[in-house]
Design a protein around this ligand. Sequence first.
Ligand code: ADP
Ligand code: MG
Length: 261
Amino acid sequence: MDMQRVPYVSIARAGKTYASPRGAVPALVDITLDIQPGEFVSVVGPSGCGKSTLLKLVAGLEEATAGALQVAGRPLNGPPDNLGVVFQRDVLLDWRTILDNVLLSIEFLGRPRAKYRDGALALLNRFGLGGFEHRFPWELSGGMRQRASICRALLSDPELLLMDEPFGALDAMTRDDLNIELARIWQETRKTLLFITHSIAEAVFLSDRVVMMGKAPGMIVDIIDIDLPRPRSLASRESSEFIRYVSRIRHHFAELGIVKE
Ligand code: ADP
Ligand code: MG
């Protein structure tokens, strides 16, 4: 069997219905999506359409109530090994230094901290946090905290990276910087990436494919291949091809009544 052709993430007719005191909440309906090894896939959709639920299913943090999921060719049974996750709100611990926060992922895996200390410092440097390793999260800006969260997710060198609106709370300029840094890291490491965002432009800029989700209950309404050359720079966002992808997706959302024209 040609291993390259086995999707890294395979989601087959997956559904998720939450039980709540007000009754059953259908969050995802009939989701089918394969992500190839080393592919960058973004999911865009309106608030409440089930994006975070989808990410939690792949992360093994929630269980699907229908269908099946596989990661690295194995059925999911709890969080897969070799996974890095970054959430919109950084989950840094306020009583730990930045370095100790980054090393937390290694502690969770039960690996020796000492072996990863140099790697953690190198990653912090790489993300412009050199010299901040002994500071505490509350001493850093939102952008710096999110950079530290990304370092933490990358430290164990996971094959799969899941990011849930990681730049959603940042100002536009910091967000642009982090888009460039993430594109560069992905280009170098070719991790399989599932990226969730509200921003159509961010999705087009970063991705090989953009998955569009409709209004709740979450369904996939379209999947668009982004054939823009790489590496991409902020200038790529001014190209006519880029603008065409963004407007095509926006028009489709407008037709669905999700955004206004
Ligand atoms: P998104 O990330 O796209 O904003 P979510 O995946 O967070 O959407 O939520 C999808 C739907 O599922 C929403 O209606 C939300 O209220 C509901 N939901 C999410 N988590 C739970 C939960 N733990 N219990 C009950 N309902 C939930
Ligand atoms: Mg969400």
